[in-house]
Design a protein around this ligand. Structure first.
Ligand SMILES: O=C(O)CCC(=O)C(=O)O
Ligand SMILES: [Fe+2]
Length: 330
């Protein structure tokens, strides 16, 4: 564990200061995605008040009795795969995680052709009866999605592509999944993981965590602690961005250690390619010398060999972490 090393902090506030400032930001992002696959994002324009309000509502939800939480259990959410899942029901690395959670995604009603066709992961959200959570979740998803588009534009610039590159090809209608997790405190934190080591699946994850800590990222041959930085999001590259960039950007392994002191809350928004997108490497991008191909894959699936659409890839992954739901909803 290298305690002294810290992830890069990228400050988006200079984003509107002209072309030279944007290029500088793009270079910083490029370096962070190559070296770590992870960075802190500040100056993003999302109001602290909005984030804190959502976290407070989520905390109130998780503190409620299990019966109340189970009234919106995922098994009732059908193919859209939304709602509450209980401690032990998600198996990220083949064994149960020490977390419970709420699953959300883009809000779609029955007029959407994908909902009509019964496409998994598409549909309406299931909200708890506490009224404030609904509006707070929908507003937050919209706001973070906006930041996701901005990041992708800057990432394109850093790859010497047109800023609209990703939006035109892959993220005009991004796949947005949003998850709020509670990691209950444990008597012995060395006994298993809050979430086992894994990589994320899509393009970019924007994570807000509380101040408890426990997130760790694999860097070279060690694990780096990723404590909270005030008003930041922890952002990380997913498998499909690694694939598109031919390994220039790293989809880095990460995991979470639960705390013995208190519960931990985190909120992860996955900003990912359109469900029907087919992803092929970008010809003009030069792969890096530090190749992620040398990373031991956590799940034996090589994202560079994927021939499926993003949706197919995602479903194969999600089916593994929720085996009990796969049988019901896929
Ligand atoms: O809760 C966290 O800090 C990380 C969660 C995570 O890695 C994930 O959901 O993919
Ligand atoms: Fe993750």
């Amino acid at each position: 564990m290298s305690a002294s090393l810290q992830l890069p902090v990228v400050d988006l506030s200079s984003m509107h200061d002209g072309a030279a400032a944007r290029l500088e930001l793009a270079r910083e992002l490029d370096a962070a995605c190559r070296q770590f696959g992870f960075f802190y994002l500040v100056g993003h324009g999302v109001q602290t008040r909005q984030v804190q309000a959502l976290m407070a509502s989520a905390r109130a939800f998780f503190d409620a009795p299990l019966d109340a939480k189970r009234s919106i259990h995922m098994s009732k959410g059908g193919r859209a795969w939304r709602g509450y899942f209980q401690l032990g029901e998600e198996l990220t690395s083949g064994r149960p995680d020490g977390k419970e959670g709420l699953y959300f995604g883009t809000e779609l009603d029955e007029s959407d052709p994908r909902v009509q066709a019964g496409t998994p992961l598409h549909g309406r959200n299931v909200f708890p009866s506490t009224p404030e959570l609904r509006g707070a979740v929908l507003d937050y998803m919209e706001e973070i999605t906006r930041v996701g588009h901005q990041l992708m534009a800057l990432l394109a610039l850093g790859l010497s592509l047109k800023e609209t590159f990703f939006r035109e090809r892959y993220t005009g209608d991004p796949t947005i999944l949003f998850r709020i997790f509670n990691y209950p405190r444990v008597a012995d934190p060395t006994d298993g993981w809050g979430v086992g080591e894994h990589t994320d699946y899509g393009f970019i994850t924007l994570l807000k965590q509380d101040t408890v800590g426990g997130l760790q990222v694999r860097h070279r041959d060690g694990w780096l602690e990723v404590p909270d930085v005030p008003d930041s999001f922890v952002c990380n590259v997913g498998d499909m961005l690694e694939r598109l960039t031919r390994g220039r950007y790293l989809s880095a392994l990460h995991r979470v250690r639960s705390s013995a002191r208190s519960d931990r809350l985190s909120m992860a928004l996955f900003f990912d390619p359109a469900f029907d997108a087919a992803l092929t490497p970008i010809e003009t991008v030069a792969p890096d010398s530090y190749s992620p191909h040398t990373q031991v894959r956590w799940d034996d699936l090589d994202p560079h060999a994927v021939q499926q659409t993003y949706g197919e890839y995602l479903l194969s992954k999600v089916g593994r972490v929720f085996p009990w739901l796969r049988e019901k909803a896929l």
